[in-house]
Design a protein around this ligand. Structure first.
Ligand SMILES: NC(=O)C1=CN([C@@H]2O[C@H](COP(=O)(O)OP(=O)(O)OC[C@H]3O[C@@H](n4cnc5c(N)ncnc54)[C@H](OP(=O)(O)O)[C@@H]3O)[C@@H](O)[C@H]2O)C=CC1
Ligand SMILES: O=C(O)CCCC(=O)O
Length: 485
């Protein structure tokens, strides 16, 4: 088990590692063992304000660097992250709980955002518009928006940070970052890497501390021009309302309620394997993970048998064990949420066909058995609210249109998945699903080179892809008069 010294200086402002001004600290817990692994600085609006000041001062010089200069620093961060992959993965698992193999995959994915935006920095092209007036030349120039406030969650403590920082820095923005209190050490390590590769002081600032006072400061600060957030829809709404006075730009990656639809012409082994991966990866704490599965009636029994067999083989364990497939949830509230959704469903007539309780293993942490539910109905909370845990309801359907209607019957619109071997059906259904991301015979759509983001109440904007960098720029339109001769 990785043991850490006390990290009382986890606040990074203007190139200095600091304690909180009032000396406050917050314990960080291992969710598998419940040990306190270290204490981190716990700042508030004082540090939040200092961080914005540093970022504002650094903006002019950073945005004036050439794209190539910024790109080189991002590329160096990519290389350094991979160099330290094992250490980073171990820290991530210790504070977040996910199995080491998943933590390693997350570090690869997190580093890939530095690589992708090191490349995209050099391709942030503007446009020349053919003018309808021969005495004018029209152009559009992308310019960095300014200071960006990034607020990130604990479920992907590395990739949710780099997915925001890399495009922001590539575009020429400076950043103030508040990570989740459950996973500040991964954030600390990423900022350390940026410091080590030579990011100028003030360009990236880290404030670990109280969300409400830091959030208030950043929402009310005129110098913060964009808030980029990943987390619950509830907090996303709060940030939207709070940013209204200054008309800030927002990029929000919020909750989801992803359906998987398995059609009778699907490869059932693949569909069962992918359903398992989608639901139980990160113990069900992924915003794009399956929250409900619709299975065509004719293959219901076969699919259920295959899936149950695979779930039975999952090894629940402390994430640090190489053989672990499923680790703990993040905290007691997360366990309680799973329990509430389960009890509500059972009370309304659902049946548990596998799992159904806290894991009775050798560790005191927040473990819950992977659980399968059938006889579910639309009235149950699990069919409407994001569970963020290892609880999977399955429901049969007869016709394609019925499955599409049920899949779309939600205020969320992040990711949806289809399993079918018919290209006709795949395309037809994909077009009708009201989601920002569609997986066809695939449940791993999140990659640096593609635009990730939801519709409806799942958010605003895109992260990743060539689109992701445009969240961090303003498009300046220039109309230029030209004399004939
Ligand atoms: N889309 C996704 O990837 C995620 C979705 N969720 C969903 O949200 C549920 C609750 O999880 P939770 O961790 O509480 O998610 P939150 O949305 O509360 O937290 C996400 C981040 O926002 C911060 N935050 C919370 N309140 C404010 C505020 N008023 N101003 C500024 N920042 C704020 C948090 O800090 P702090 O914790 O210090 O309050 C954290 O850094 C989950 O069960 C899941 O359904 C959660 C995480 C990620
Ligand atoms: O939960 C998320 O917001 C991102 C998923 C990242 C991944 O699939 O690697």
């Amino acid at each position: 088990m990785t043991k850490f010294p006390n990290y009382t200086k986890t606040i990074f402002i203007d190139g200095q590692w600091l304690e909180a001004h009032n000396g406050n600290t917050l314990p960080v817990q291992n969710p598998a063992t419940l040990e306190t692994i270290t204490e981190v600085s716990y700042g508030d609006e004082v540090e939040a304000e200092q961080a914005v000041r540093a970022a504002s001062q650094a903006f002019r010089k950073w945005s004036a660097k050439t794209a190539r200069e910024r790109s080189q620093l991002l590329y160096a961060a990519y290389e350094k992250m991979l160099e330290h992959k094992e250490e980073l993965a171990s820290i991530l698992t210790t504070e977040q709980g996910k199995p080491l193999k998943e933590a390693r995959a997350e570090i690869d994915s997190a580093a890939s955002y530095f690589l992708w935006y090191a490349e995209e920095a050099n391709r942030l092209y503007g446009e020349i518009i053919p003018s309808s007036n021969k005495h004018k030349r029209l152009m559009v120039i992308p310019q960095p928006i300014g200071v960006v406030a990034a607020i990130t969650p604990w479920n992907f403590p590395a990739s949710m940070i780099t997915r925001k920082l890399a495009p922001a820095l590539a575009a020429g923005c400076t950043v103030v970052l508040k990570p989740a209190p459950e996973t500040p050490l991964t954030a600390y390590q990423i900022v350390k890497i940026l410091e080590e590769v030579g990011i100028p002081k003030g360009v990236v600032n880290l404030v670990t501390g109280d969300a409400v006072s830091i959030g208030q400061c950043w929402m009310n600060h005129p110098d913060v021009r964009l808030i980029t957030f990943t987390g619950s829809t509830e907090v996303g709404r709060l940030l939207m309302k709070g940013s209204a006075d200054h008309v800030k730009k927002l990029s929000l990656e919020l909750g989801g309620h992803a359906p998987i639809i398995v059609f009778d012409d699907a490869d059932l082994d693949l569909a069962a394997e992918m359903t398992l991966a989608s639901k139980f990866r990160n113990c069900g704490q992924t915003c794009i993970c399956a929250n409900r599965v619709y299975v065509q009636k004719t293959i219901w029994d076969d699919f259920l048998e295959k899936l149950t067999e695979k779930v039975r083989r999952l090894s629940i364990d402390i994430g640090a064990k190489e053989t672990a497939d499923i680790g703990p949830l993040i905290n007691e509230e997360a366990v309680q949420k799973v329990q509430r959704h389960l009890e509500d469903a059972v009370q309304k007539g659902a049946s548990v066909i596998y799992g159904g309780k806290r894991w009775d293993g050798p560790y005191p942490g927040y473990f819950f058995e992977p659980t399968l539910l059938v006889n579910v109905t639309k009235e149950m909370r699990v069919m409407n609210e994001e569970t963020f845990g290892p609880l999977l309801p399955l429901q049969p359907f007869e016709e394609e249109e019925e499955a599409i209607r049920q899949a779309n019957d939600t205020p969320y619109g992040l990711a949806a998945y289809i399993f079918t071997d018919s290209i006709h059906r795949a395309y037809r259904v994909m077009e009708k699903l009201e989601y920002g991301i569609i997986g066809i015979n695939d449940v791993f759509p999140a990659v640096a080179e593609a635009p990730f983001g939801g519709v409806k109440q799942s958010g605003l904007g895109k992260e990743g892809g060539k689109e992701g960098i445009f969240e961090f720029v303003e498009l300046k339109y220039v109309s230029m008069g030209i004399r004939s001769s």
